[in-house]
Write a protein that binds this ligand. Structure first.
Ligand SMILES: Cc1cc2nc3c(=O)[nH]c(=O)nc-3n(C[C@H](O)[C@H](O)[C@H](O)COP(=O)(O)OP(=O)(O)OC[C@H]3O[C@@H](n4cnc5c(N)ncnc54)[C@H](O)[C@@H]3O)c2cc1C
Length: 452
């Protein structure tokens, strides 16, 4: 029988879902809004430096994207603007289990983008220049060489882009483990604690208002994933962000036919720690049209054109739900964040059928292996598919980190380290200019290097 991704999967190991915090701190050096991998990693790095940090999560830790993703931790194929942060992230992942003393399922098994045609292979080969510039071990492999990585692969594919140093981790374990490490280092993490908005004195941030009370602070980070645009809009800040739904399945334990992350236009697959595989369609994402689609259409045009063949666009209930969601609310009444503790979209049944068919076709050795769990997650993306990270000029002290765009799990720990430095005014060590929100408003061309 197939089960659906359910909230107890991650909530059970942390706390009972939706138990309100026993008390709310009156003040903190830094308040983080959102308990996904970005928020908890930032909290961990801040707490290790002795910063008094409080993290507020409206549902439970890793309830949304951070537990629902494929689990790929990769440098391969990334936008070059993200690579310095991703390379640092990979270093953190490599030492993570030893440092925090917990299993996160981190395994260096490599990453393969498979090509069926010369055209596909030569498009991958174009990325080798970027790889070399950043000192990565990415290479093109062909013919029988493929069989060393995926059983009988040379029968199906002509070659692949391969990065041996790329890795994977278990999403349902990693973010929770980092959150526990943050708490051990002194962070306070409050779940079932939605942040409704902020207060200012002059223009400067002075407090964060939660459903359970006010926390005085002069520094906040909004790492609210798919909710960031709505949250910021209520503060008069425009964050161009759209959502796409990804549908995923996991199989029962099965024979080892590959040990890495394998991508082909029909399938994305990786080996799991429990002996099964996490599988998805290689190139199908759903986009439900909402009023934001029209509001941000112009900025997203290049991305929409680029992703045209993979996007299944539809209009229906999500349009009216989004239309009915208030854009501003009183801070002493229930906000949209309390009304939806965990964004838990239904997996697309048609896509699940396609995943089943593609899996059986591409890997006949595993045909019929049951799917034991299916789920979906809402990916939030920006017009250039690169994150937005930085301080908001109109509210000094208020920062955002969002738009990790379908590849934020791998980069999460590196983002946390950089953001912790940014929030404390220390040397970030990498160029954060490419991530500024202003790039979407100052006439800079929207530069698209990679896909969602
Ligand atoms: C199907 C799928 C496959 C993916 N595959 C990969 C992959 O293989 N590799 C990879 O690197 N990335 C992948 N990603 C992307 C990755 O999961 C995300 O980029 C990453 O998890 C984003 O982390 P986050 O912390 O920014 O956001 P989230 O994990 O979404 O966390 C944001 C949190 O903020 C909370 N929140 C929102 N508003 C409020 C509020 N007002 N008050 C309090 N809390 C609030 C939410 O409840 C949520 O828990 C995938 C994503 C999906 C959905």
């Amino acid at each position: 029988m197939t089960t659906k991704h359910n909230e107890s999967m991650v909530a059970g190991t942390w706390q009972k879902p939706f138990a309100p915090p026993e008390s709310i701190p009156q003040a903190a050096d830094v308040v983080i809004i959102g308990g996904g991998i970005v928020g908890v990693s930032t909290a961990w790095f801040l707490a290790k430096q002795g910063v008094d940090v409080v993290l507020c999560e409206k549902g439970h830790i890793a309830g949304e994207q951070s537990s629902r993703n494929w689990g790929w931790v990769r440098c391969q194929g990334r936008d070059s603007r993200e690579l310095p942060m991703m390379i640092e992230s990979m270093n953190i992942w490599r030492g993570l289990e030893v440092e925090i003393g917990e299993d996160v399922g981190f395994t260096t098994g490599g990453c393969l983008y498979m090509a069926r045609t010369d055209k596909e292979l030569s498009a991958y080969a174009d990325w080798l220049d970027i790889a070399r510039e950043h000192g990565l071990d990415t290479q093109i492999i062909e013919g029988k060489e493929l069989d060393k990585h995926v059983n009988a692969a040379s029968k199906r594919w002509i070659g692949a882009m391969y990065t041996a140093s790329d890795a994977r981790a278990e999403p349902h374990k990693a973010t929770l483990a980092i959150a526990r490490a943050a708490v051990r280092a002194g962070a306070r993490i409050l779940t079932s604690c939605a942040v409704r908005g902020v207060e200012t004195e002059g223009a400067r941030l002075s407090a964060v208002v939660t459903e359970h009370g006010v926390i005085k602070t002069s520094v906040a980070l909004c790492a609210a994933g798919a909710w960031t645009s709505l949250f910021c809009r209520s503060l008069g800040i425009s964050v161009p962000q759209l959502q796409v739904r990804g549908t995923v399945a996991r199989t029962a334990p099965a024979e080892v036919i590959l040990n890495g992350n394998v991508f082909d236009k029909n399938i994305g697959i990786r080996r799991r720690q429990d002996g099964g595989y996490t599988v998805a369609h290689g190139s199908v994402l759903d986009h439900f049209i909402t009023p934001s689609t029209f509001r941000f259409a112009f900025k997203f045009l290049p991305a929409l054109v680029h992703e045209l063949s993979s996007l299944r666009v539809s209009i229906g209930r999500p349009f009216f739900d989004a239309f009915a969601t208030p854009k501003k609310w009183s801070l002493d009444a229930e906000s949209p964040f309390e009304r939806n503790r965990v964004l838990n979209p239904e997996p697309n049944p048609k896509v699940l059928k396609d995943i089943r068919k593609n899996f059986d076709e591409v890997f006949p050795q595993l045909a019929g292996t049951p799917f034991v769990e299916t789920w979906a997650g809402m990916v939030e993306t920006t017009p250039d598919v690169v994150p937005v990270m930085g301080e908001i000029e109109s509210i000094p002290g208020f920062h955002i980190a969002t738009g990790l765009s379908g590849h934020g799990f791998g980069i999460g720990p590196g983002a946390g380290k950089a953001l912790a430095a940014m929030l404390t005014g220390s040397d970030v060590g990498i160029d954060m200019v490419p991530f500024r929100l202003g790039r979407f408003f100052d006439g800079s061309p929207i530069r698209l290097e990679s896909s969602i």
